[in-house]
Design a binder for this molecule. Structure first.
Ligand code: NAI
Length: 343
């Protein structure tokens, strides 16, 4: 088995390297991202292993197909960077549906607490022996209303954490789950009622810019917005306007619409060309982390284990539970239902 890994960081290699040794697989680790100009690095490989900001659009899939690559193994849950319908019939796509919802949900709460209790500012102040409390006034979470958009694995864990803080939870999901035990409301209702809104739904054409000017206009004045899902759920320009108008009281962003060429890299000492990101970061009430919510030891281990398991299942048995459904529409003849490769 030969696998080309793209967008590799030291912590990725650390998690996968032991499997290369124990299984005798050839793993090629590239720090560059997958794209049309780098796809040929997968020459001779059975599979490529990619992450959130790699490009698996139609032309890249065609190139991988030409090279004989059989599988794209996503080492993440989200797959908005893969043209799934184009992949159907060409390259199989597997992903890691869940590796630690706790990692992301706990980071969401960490960002919320850091932001509203000004921990990041206090940390910097005390390092300079500035013990003044001016400007650090926060607010209690207890008794506040949090609106959770998307009540899948992560949204539910975050809702549970919020309940532990004595918060009132409101939920919205396009497909509400009867067993979630959450009070579902409409989106406008959630916007109107929530002091804090946290996004936990996938990025799809439907959820692209879910939070736009109109949505922000419906929210409570001073709302705290948290996005640990995908950047393009929020229209960043509309968010900036909302912040300047004091409509948005604080924003916690682990993801950003145009993060692809920026996040995961060290740009200190460089001029960042993205004015919108620069303006957001310059705001005193905006907290940005660089797509870090998943980054716990447990999550990295689970990602590596599941990804290797996906490839083993695919190549050894021809059936992988985590092969992504292409929604080919052929319900009666669905091979996945019968535990076989989709095509
Ligand atoms: P999940 O698939 O368990 O839950 C997603 C939920 O969103 C489902 O309940 C689904 O019904 C709902 N949903 C789908 N379309 C919707 C819509 N139009 N409006 C409202 N809800 C909708 O996914 P999970 O594991 O909870 O992950 C959620 C998202 O978190 C992922 O899609 C991914 O983008 C993001 N993520 C971010 C990470 C990070 O490091 N920042 C790490 C892992 C995931």
């Amino acid at each position: 088995m030969k696998i080309a890994f793209f967008d590799v960081k030291p912590y990725t290699e650390e998690a996968f390297r032991p499997y290369a040794e124990s299984l005798g697989w050839e793993m090629r680790f590239y720090d560059t991202k997958l794209g049309i100009h780098t796809a040929s690095l997968a020459t001779g490989c059975d599979a490529v292993c990619i992450f959130v900001n790699d490009d698996a659009s139609a032309p890249v899939i065609d190139r991988l197909h030409e090279l004989g690559v059989k599988v794209i193994a996503l080492r993440c849950a989200g797959y908005n960077n893969v043209d799934l319908s184009h992949a159907f019939g060409r390259v199989h796509v597997v992903h890691v549906p869940a590796y630690s919802p706790y990692a992301v949900a706990e980071h969401t709460m960490a960002m919320l607490l850091t932001s509203i209790r000004r921990i990041h500012k206090a940390y910097n102040r005390t390092r300079e022996f500035n013990f003044s409390l001016n400007g650090l006034t926060g607010f209690d979470l207890h008794g506040k209303t949090v609106g959770v958009v998307g009540t899948g694995r992560i949204g539910r864990v975050f809702a549970d954490i919020c309940k532990g803080f004595g918060m009132r939870v409101l939920a919205y999901d396009k497909y509400p789950a009867a067993d979630a035990g959450l009070p579902y409301v409409t989106l406008p209702e959630l916007y109107r009622e929530s002091d804090i809104i946290s996004l936990h739904c996938p990025l799809t054409p439907e959820t692209h810019h879910l939070i736009d000017r109109e949505a922000i206009g419906m929210m409570k004045k001073g709302v705290t917005l948290i996005n640990t899902s995908r950047g393009a759920l929020i229209d960043a320009e509309a968010l900036l306007e909302g912040i300047k108008a004091r409509q948005v009281g604080a924003a916690c962003l682990d993801v950003y619409e145009e993060e692809g060429d920026i996040f995961f890299e060290d740009f200190s000492g460089h001029i960042v060309e993205d004015d919108t990101l620069a303006r957001l970061i310059s705001m005193p009430n905006v907290l940005v982390t660089s797509h870090q919510a998943f980054l716990t030891r447990e999550a990295l281990d689970n990602i590596a284990e599941t990804t290797v398991g996906n490839l083993q299942a695919f190549f050894d048995t021809g059936c992988c539970q985590n092969e992504l459904c292409y929604r080919c529409g052929r319900v009666e003849t669905c091979k996945k239902e019968r535990c076989a490769r989709c095509f």
